[in-house]
Design a protein around this ligand. Structure first.
Ligand code: FRU
Length: 510
């Protein structure tokens, strides 16, 4: 959505001043104990965050950079914020990694380990991390030109803490297209070359390079595939194996046009030969049906594991959510896999196994409380609920507080859909598009319904049927939800109800 990037002159004029200010690590405001602060999801201590960027694993550290405006709690001149983790769940915010410069703001992009020193920025023994990102020039945009988004690179020789911009930026010049951004790097081993996957308005461009500096356009994909109700942003390209065969997956976010209004991320499964991507099907498939999962991409350098993380918000209302001093969280990191239903392949995602590092000790509610299909229990978020029942039955989970606010999560067997209803969940009127009820189709045909439901202070993520259907939603109760009612229709019974209370990840930072 281009109009997002049109900046009030006053803010544009002061952004350099603010950047300088923030180099001094002003941490005066921001509070990890705030009641709407997510306890197991990453969010910046203060100010504005959108897309995850530059995710790379190196020497035991997962790096998460992100679109960050250190001057306010709304979108502004973009920097790359930075956080690190040893286990994908405990995050430590680090100093800002990349600042805007005369070529523009630092928009979304990616980072890799240049393991063969193809760029020459490091050595074979001590290779560099190399990042590629869009530089968005607000002055050029204002002047009415179309070529104000170009791709630049930077390298880090200290393991991702500090970055040096390449002297001959930009490396991919804009051919005159207004939406030309968000490069994602992939190593294509058979030809020993890098691929940069770029969002170009209504399609994707694949560029190739031997040295990360000189790029050639190989091909385009997507003009006639998937959802085109909005502009394409933040693509990814990676390989996954399924039953002994390798497949390539392209993911790309679209805004607006999501299945529950606004922003969402779609995917295509197919083959990539180093030049072209051929999808097995052009139909629209969503990684996550919820209104609050956008701009998701995967970590690089994680071997056979593909780990994905998205921004847990929606451009329809991201700048109006009622948190204090900071805005927007990331989803839980998710491990991706392929799965076949009938003859069709799907991309599934589940919370990373490391989430279990936060488990305070599971409680088996079947053994403990279950006297029938209905369970009432006091709860404390964050927690993970693992449920199993027969799939020919509706289920409903209500979480509520003493302010008469509630959130409803369920499955309607008749329409074969999951849903989350946040219409009475607390603050909802800050934006008319903060819709009450979101839906997601059940894709699995299995006779057992299995669910993982992750509930934090201000979000719920449903992973149904091993992550074939995912639905993520944020909500803002005036006081935390403290009670749950779980019910299954018509006297049927659960075969699993595990309640896992989770530890807050912020202890070390508090
Ligand atoms: C996606 C996006 C990207 C862009 C960035 C700017 O949410 O619009 O396309 O690079 O945000 O912050």
């Amino acid at each position: 959505m281009l109009h997002r990037f049109n900046y009030p002159t006053a803010i544009t004029g002061t952004f350099l001043f603010l950047s300088v200010l923030c180099k001094g690590q002003d941490r005066a405001v921001g509070n990890y104990d705030e009641s709407l602060r997510e306890r197991v999801h990453f969010s910046p201590l203060k100010h504005w965050m959108n897309d995850p960027n530059g995710m790379v694993y190196y020497r035991g550290v997962y790096h998460l950079y992100f679109q960050y405006y250190p001057g306010a709690e709304v979108w502004g001149p973009m920097h790359w914020g930075h956080a690190t983790s040893n286990d994908l769940v405990h995050w430590k915010e680090q100093p800002i990694a990349i600042y805007p410069d005369s070529l523009g703001y630092i928009f979304s992009g990616s980072a890799v380990l240049d393991m063969e020193n193809s760029s020459g920025f490091g050595t074979k023994q001590e290779p560099s991390l190399v990042a590629i990102f869009t530089q968005h020039d607000p002055q050029e945009e204002k002047s009415g030109r179309n070529d104000f988004q170009n791709q630049s690179i930077a390298y880090s020789n200290d393991g991702g803490s500090t970055w040096t911009k390449y002297a001959s930026n930009p490396v991919i010049k804009n051919p005159g297209i207004r939406d030309f951004r968000d490069p994602k790097l992939t190593w294509y081993a058979p030809a020993k070359k890098w691929i940069a996957t770029l969002a170009i308005g209504d399609h994707i461009g694949f560029y190739s390079s031997k040295d990360l500096k000189t790029w050639t356009l190989e091909s385009e994909f997507g003009k006639n595939a998937g959802c085109h109700a909005g502009v394409w942003e933040c693509p990814d390209l990676f390989q996954l194996r399924f039953q002994g065969n390798g497949y390539w997956v392209v993911t790309v976010s679209v805004n607006p046009g999501g299945p529950n209004k606004g922003s969402a991320t779609q995917y295509f499964i197919g083959q990539f030969d180093g030049h072209r991507f051929e999808a097995l099907s052009d139909s629209t498939k969503w990684i996550d049906y919820g209104p609050d999962s956008y701009a998701g991409v995967s970590w690089s350098n994680t071997g056979n594991r593909k780990i994905y993380l998205a921004w847990m918000s929606n451009w329809l209302y991201a700048d109006k959510i009622p948190s204090q001093g900071w805005r927007n969280s990331m989803t839980i990191p998710r491990e991706l896999h392929l799965e076949k239903i009938g003859t069709r392949l799907f991309l599934g995602s589940l919370p990373v196994a490391e989430l279990n590092n936060l488990n305070k000790g599971p409680v088996d509610l079947l053994k403990q409380d279950a006297t029938g299909p209905n369970i009432h229990k006091s709860i404390q978020s964050p927690f993970l609920l693992k449920l199993k029942s027969k799939s020919d039955e509706d289920f409903c989970l209500k979480i509520k507080n003493e302010e008469q606010e509630w959130l409803l999560i369920g499955y309607d067997h008749h329409s074969n859909r999951f849903y989350i209803d946040r219409s009475q969940s607390g603050a909802t009127h800050f934006q008319p598009d903060f819709i009450g009820r979101s839906y997601a189709p059940r894709i699995s045909t299995d006779s057992t319904l299995s669910l993982q439901i992750l509930i934090d202070r201000a979000s719920v993520e449903i992973f149904a049927d091993g992550g074939l259907t995912v639905l993520s939603t944020v909500f803002f109760p005036t006081v935390p939800f403290g009670q749950m009612d779980l019910s299954l229709g018509h006297g049927k019974s659960w075969t699993q109800i595990d309640y896992q209370p989770l530890e807050s990840i912020w202890k070390a930072n508090d």
